[in-house]
Design a binder for this molecule. Structure first.
Ligand code: ZN
Length: 316
């Protein structure tokens, strides 16, 4: 035993080295809450923490609940190394840049130099255990967010509900697809429903438009793609992953207006209404017959019944 047990890390969390020179700036505890959220949600499954949009998005979500100051995830991502349980790993050829005493400023520079961070193996193991993880999380909340504990608690509960709803949509593909679901799920509000459906579809399609393959994701978690229902939710009440598809904003608009649809072989059918004549490779008519991008797992691909409904009822 090297003594690095739960109690050791609870004490560590209570004594994070925090610069209070410019007033309360809970960068480090917010980053740790964000890492914990990603581990809990199954987005971080090994001891390798990348400065990815999902982490930045979680950071901003917590940050905005506890302070009005401008968020900067690069600060704690770099400085947490002074607490000795957080280790930075350089990209190849950047080993020296990481050794210099000067902090790396800004997300771009940090991502250029640092490949990822890792935790002490002992700490990572504790965070993969639901009970130990909660002990560490509650320590952070009690120590740094006492005033905002309710808001932070609400955020954690909401993320858990969204994750559970997302997983239920993936599990649904084990049952036959239905074009309408009159029964309302109890206890799931619209915000959780929308966010869970979006998460399920974005993860299946990796934030990529299934039609044009556009993928734009910013470091604060914004993306140019949307989770579209094939049979609209108001008609089907169905968030089943097989009733969803990831589309860029333009193609979502065109799909909902019946300017294109999908064949039984997951290829693009273009409406005869399309009148684009200008010689540009981006025009919608050029997408005719193009096979769309699909999730690897066949069961999770758009359902035949949903695509047929869209052809019969929306395609013009
Ligand atoms: Zn597109």
């Amino acid at each position: 035993m090297n003594g690095k047990n739960l109690q050791y890390y609870v004490e560590k969390m209570k004594r994070l080295k925090i610069d209070r020179a410019h007033g309360p700036a809970p960068h480090k505890p917010v980053l740790l809450l964000s890492v914990i959220a990603l581990i809990e949600d199954g987005q971080v499954t090994e001891n390798r923490i990348e400065l990815c949009p999902e982490l930045a998005e979680a950071f901003i979500r917590y940050w905005s609940r506890v302070t009005d100051r401008k968020p900067d995830i690069s600060l704690p991502f770099f400085h947490l190394k002074s607490d000795k349980f957080w280790h930075l790993h350089p990209n190849t050829d950047y080993e020296k840049a990481l050794q210099v005493a000067n902090p790396l400023k800004g997300i771009s520079r940090l991502r250029e130099v640092v490949s990822h961070a890792s935790l002490d193996d002992e700490l990572f193991l504790l965070l993969t255990d639901a009970i130990d993880r909660e002990t560490i999380r509650q320590t952070l909340i009690r120590t740094y967010f006492h005033e905002h504990r309710e808001q932070v608690g609400e955020l954690i509960a909401e993320a858990q509900q969204i994750g559970a709803y997302r997983e239920s949509l993936i599990d649904e593909v084990e049952s036959p697809f239905s074009t309408s679901k009159p029964r309302r799920r109890t206890g799931v509000n619209t915000k959780v429903r929308d966010a869970g459906f979006r998460q399920a579809i974005m993860r299946l399609y990796d934030y990529t438009c299934a039609v044009c393959e556009l993928r734009i994701v910013t470091m604060d978690g914004e993306s140019a793609t949307e989770a579209a229902h094939i049979i609209p939710f108001r008609v089907s009440q169905n968030d089943d992953a097989r009733n969803g598809i990831s589309l860029c904003k333009l193609h979502h608009w065109a799909f909902d207006r019946g300017l294109f649809s999908l064949s039984g072989k997951h290829r693009v059918i273009v409406s005869g209404l399309m009148s684009d004549k200008r010689p540009t490779e981006w025009r919608l008519t050029e997408l005719k017959d193009k096979p769309i991008q699909l999730p690897d797992r066949v069961k999770l691909r758009p359902a035949q019944e949903a695509m047929a409904w869209h052809r019969d009822n929306v395609l013009r």
